[in-house]
Design a protein around this ligand. Sequence first.
Ligand SMILES: C[S@@+](CC[C@H](N)C(=O)[O-])C[C@H]1O[C@@H](n2cnc3c(N)ncnc32)[C@H](O)[C@@H]1O
Length: 232
Amino acid sequence: MIAEFDEYAPAYAELLQDPLRDQFAADPNFFHERKWMVIRDFFARHNLNISTSTWLDVGCGQGQLLNVAKGNFARAVGCDPSAAMIQSSPLAEVHHQPSDVELPFPSNSFDFVSAVCVYHHVHGELRTALTQSIRRVLRPGGVFCMIEHNPWNPVTQRIVKRCPVDRDAELLAASTARRLARESGFQILDTTNFLFLPEVLYRRAAWLEKALRHTPMGGQFAVFCRAEDAGE
Ligand SMILES: C[S@@+](CC[C@H](N)C(=O)[O-])C[C@H]1O[C@@H](n2cnc3c(N)ncnc32)[C@H](O)[C@@H]1O
């Protein structure tokens, strides 16, 4: 299967460059670090143990988030339908997805699954099918986290509109993410809004981002939900 991102993989970092994005954070790794902090804060708020948890990052791309956070988990694995994208992630354990909706793992394999900036590249019915596959590979009671660009944030809209990698992008609001999850048997636990402050301000006033967590105007949002047991 030729995946859309095979074409972007060789020059991925350059294709993401944008004056607004570069002003927001001089170091592109800042965006991955912030996502990890949002995930870590969620685990802490819900008294979940990271060090005993197994993690799958669906649509891991070049594996940057895995590389930032994998040492905190008992096991951390990625998968992606683009062979070219995962070839560029030598530091993490990554697997090729046979299709847009099939995940190459047995049922009930993971405690935690993330999908970061993936769903805006997945269209129509495939979104539901992918969410159901995520539900299948999660253990009962496991947690799914979807992180997406926030369509209500004008700066995000602008960056996405001119990014070559996002020419097929169909942004989804947090309410749509929550509906998708509910329809696939998840119970919504938490929505965190983040990326309000550019890196320089964030380093001085992280408390302000935390205070704005419930305000749906950040650059991105994270929806956390729990796989309900079959009997629930
Ligand atoms: C914008 S990149 C994000 C990569 C990575 N998650 C990150 O945050 O750096 C989108 C990724 O989603 C992958 N993708 C697209 N459709 C997918 C699908 N149906 N299932 C899983 N991954 C998919 C692409 O191949 C690509 O690597």
